[in-house]
Design a binder for this molecule. Structure first.
Ligand code: AMP
Length: 422
């Protein structure tokens, strides 16, 4: 199947070429035709599958073929970054048309957004909180919306947005096309989808499995050795653009600072940053100013940076779905990537759960105690910064080194030993 099979108009076909897409991805193959037919759709697909283009391309074609009052398309996303990304992509598709698109989210001036709405917009990509705020101010009219798209619906639920979404839905006309995209289908999302969608087409893209182009490695490690192992791995030549995940905002900030002090081009993306600082971090990661971004799950949601070579789980994610989301940041489209996970003994159960979701074993990597010769302070510890980098020189190993008591402790937590299981 090729993009020609969809009979897109010349403008959309040119836009697809501009994006450099040569063939539709699986979700695009399945979703574009029903969306063009104005069917409702439930898309079970994780980020990285090409779902944004799957809903934006046919929706823009519909807008170009018909006329109507503003606002005609409402896309709701759980995070500012995702809203911004969808809006950027949409702007790329509608460039040279009369259509206008805006992203609406909190943390930045509301006045500027209201001014744009007053000037007229056809497509609104919004986070629920700020949209409700502007709705309450009566500065936006959603009574002409023809297409509603909920993206990453499961994350809206995680973030407690469902009551807001239902409030927003009450402002929309009943007659409309609705599309819901979600990587997972918890009961609450299923109920929401049943309420919103009418006779939907369901499209499911391998949602429980991580992208095939990713290799998955597990390093059995003690908590106090993680920073040393990270520094060691980052020094290896083939580690390029790397996204590192920590469990807490505080850890993300401190770990990024520690890496920067050690000479790496590292920054953090976490919820405590102002919107402009978040954007700075993200832009810097995209343009290569930073090659390492340390992030929390929430902050990293929807990040679309091409060419991420490695995702490192400094802390184990809480669920297999979170693992799939994190690691979906690498190996995107036609690229390959590596996912490295640091696992302590307590994480062994989660590793098994993840392997079930991946439907395959992860490669066990033994940690060479020699490379962990110098203790680095954990990022939680506020003191003890400016420690020396590990040199790999055995003579520097002291009796207080975090060297595992025996080799099986380092490599055998999951019943494997040796460098790699393959
Ligand atoms: P998404 O799942 O929408 O976040 O998209 C993931 C990445 O895939 C983005 O960087 C898109 O630009 C890219 N992408 C989307 N569709 C295609 C396609 N047909 N061919 C190649 N890359 C694509």
């Amino acid at each position: 199947m090729s993009f020609n099979d969809f009979n897109f108009n010349t403008h959309i076909s040119n836009a697809i070429q501009r994006c450099g897409y040569t063939a539709p991805t699986p979700i695009q193959k399945q979703a574009i035709a029903p969306i063009l037919e104005r069917r409702d759709l439930l898309g079970l697909a994780q980020t990285g599958t090409g779902k944004t283009a799957a809903f934006v391309l046919p929706t823009v074609q519909h807008l170009m073929e018909t006329s109507g009052k503003q606002v005609r398309v409402l896309i709701i996303a759980p995070t500012r970054e995702l809203a911004e990304q969808i809006n950027e992509f949409t702007k790329k598709i509608i460039q040279d048309t009369r259509l206008r698109s805006i992203a609406i989210y909190g943390g930045v001036s509301k006045q500027a957004q209201v001014a744009k709405i007053r000037n007229g917009v056809d497509i609104v990509v919004a986070c629920p909180g700020r949209l409700l705020d502007i709705l309450n101010d009566k500065e936006i009219n959603l009574s002409h919306v023809e297409t509603l798209i909920l993206d990453e619906a499961d994350h809206m639920f995680d973030k407690g947005f469902l009551p807001d979404i239902r409030r927003i839905l009450r402002q929309l006309p009943k007659e409309r096309q609705s599309l819901v995209f979600s990587a997972t289908m918890p009961g609450e999302i299923r109920h929401l989808a049943e309420d919103i969608l009418s006779n939907p087409v369901t499209v499911q893209i391998n949602h429980t499995r991580s992208v095939k182009s990713i290799t998955h490695q597990v390093y059995s490690i003690e908590q106090g050795q993680k920073t040393e192992l990270l520094v060691h791995l980052l020094k290896l030549a083939h580690i390029e653009t790397t996204l590192v995940f920590t469990r807490t905002k505080f850890k993300a900030k401190n770990l990024a600072q520690k890496l920067a002090q050690s000479g790496f081009k590292a920054t953090s993306l976490q919820g405590n940053l102002s919107q402009s600082k978040r954007q700075q971090a993200l832009d810097g990661f995209k343009d290569g100013t930073f090659s390492i971004l340390v992030a929390t799950d929430i902050a990293a949601r929807g990040i679309d940076v091409t060419g991420i070579s490695h995702v490192i789980n400094y802390d184990m994610p809480d669920t297999a779905e979170a693992y799939i989301h994190r690691t979906g940041r690498t190996g995107r489209a036609s690229c390959t990537g590596e996912a490295l996970t640091f696992a302590t003994a307590e994480d062994s159960r989660m590793i098994r759960t993840i392997e079930q979701a991946l439907d395959g074993k992860m490669n066990r990597q033994a940690v060479d105690p020699v490379v962990l010769a110098t203790r680095h302070a954990e990022p939680e510890a506020r003191s003890g910064e400016r420690k020396r980098m590990p040199t790999g020189n055995k003579s520097k190993t002291s009796s207080s080194s975090p060297r595992p008591r025996n080799r099986s402790t380092a490599s055998g937590v999951f019943g494997f030993s040796g460098r790699s299981k393959g």
